[in-house]
Unconditional design. Structure first.
Length: 367
């Protein structure tokens, strides 16, 4: 375990980068991260993410409702239509309206500052946020809300989210007194970059590794020495996520030995299954499914048990689920898609099961 006593504000220290893929003369694919053109500061990166791309926005459900209502008014005003036909058409109309119904989003005025709750833990100067979002484009980085059984792009939530990101990029933020658990924090991973940010902001981070050795500990010690800040701490734990016993022991170690209550869980551990179609599923596919789905659920369940036994009802742990748009689209990846789709059921379970007051869920669709 490493600890530090220095400043605890996370601020930008590197240039935003972009993925770059090149094919060499020999046919090799070379991936690298390059500095984004004309994006020198993090706030400029947030603005670029807010600009959107050429993809059209999804259908305006409210407009469809209004159009259907107009159509019904026209139909019922026709004298040649019998009362029985009107009743049948009315039943169809009401069914369509029910299927489309949702609570309309309140849209803030363009350029108007967003009010911050008085209970906010971070007191920052008021800064101008992202300009109003384009009505015909979806930002590259956006949020969705559940409407019925489907998830739809929310311009309101996205606007709030991007404004907060812009505020953080401008004024910094803090993770003082926050505790996080990260899995899948190998070299070159997304988890490593998240780790750096949490340590820079003053968090106590517990990370797991399946390759616990002197060199592995040295690698993470170097990261801590470079990015650790006041109040931050880093605990490296040997862990086999394919083991039910290890899952339970990890959570017990965090809550009993370290005496922490987790604020964040980011379970990014994954096992590649390249080259496996449905006729090639093997024991590695089963292990990968166990790691990325079954034991991830067990991990969350173990945290729920610890929080319930300690009567921690008002501090739900925020879980960032690593989702994917790959629902079998690419193929040849074993049970990877099934693992990711399986995680999405947690959003329904959050309502239908009994652990909602202990865990909060957010899904990051990566890719």
């Amino acid at each position: 375990m490493f600890a530090c006593d220095d400043i605890d504000i996370l601020a930008q220290v590197t240039f935003p980068t972009a993925p770059s893929t090149e094919i060499t003369a020999k046919g090799d694919i070379v991936y690298s991260e390059v500095v984004r053109e004309n994006v020198r500061k993090l706030e400029a990166y947030v603005e670029e993410m807010a600009s959107g791309d050429t993809i059209s926005a999804p259908s305006n459900i409210q407009k469809i409702q209004d159009d259907v209502l107009k159509l019904w008014n026209v139909v019922k005003s026709q004298p040649e239509i019998s009362e029985e036909q009107k009743n049948r058409i009315k039943a169809l109309y009401e069914g369509v309206v029910r299927s489309l119904r949702k609570r309309p989003e309140s849209r803030p005025r363009p350029g108007a500052p967003r009010a911050r709750r008085s209970s906010s833990q971070f007191i920052r100067p008021q800064v101008s946020g992202i300009a109003s979002l384009s009505a015909d484009k979806i930002p590259l980085l956006h949020l969705k809300r559940k409407v019925g059984t489907t998830w739809e792009y929310s311009s309101n939530l996205t606007g709030v989210y991007l404004d907060i990101l812009h505020e953080i990029a401008t004024s910094g933020t803090s993770f003082k007194d926050k505790n996080a658990l990260l899995t899948g924090v190998g070299k070159g991973s997304i988890g490593v970059e998240v780790l750096k940010g949490l340590l820079s902001g003053g968090a106590h981070v517990v990370i797991t590794t399946s390759r616990y050795s002197r060199s592995t500990v040295g690698y993470y010690q170097d990261i801590f020495q470079r990015f650790g800040s006041k109040g931050s701490a880093l605990t490296v734990v040997p862990f086999n996520q394919g083991s039910k016993q290890d899952v339970e022991a990890l959570v017990d170690y965090i809550y009993t030995t370290l005496g922490l209550d987790l604020d964040y869980i980011m379970p990014f551990a994954a096992v590649p299954e390249n080259g496996r179609e449905i006729d090639g599923l093997d024991d590695k596919s089963e292990l990968a499914h166990r790691i990325m789905l079954v034991n991830l659920l067990r991990l969350l369940g173990s945290v729920k048990v610890k929080k319930a036994s300690r009567h921690i009802f008002t501090r739900p742990t925020q879980v960032i689920l690593p989702l994917s748009p790959n629902h079998g689209l690419f193929g040849n990846d074993g049970l990877y898609s099934e693992s990711k789709i399986g995680l999405e059921t947690l959003f329904n379970r959050w309502n239908s099961e009994s652990w909602g007051e202990y865990l909060c869920l957010a899904g990051a669709v990566i890719g």
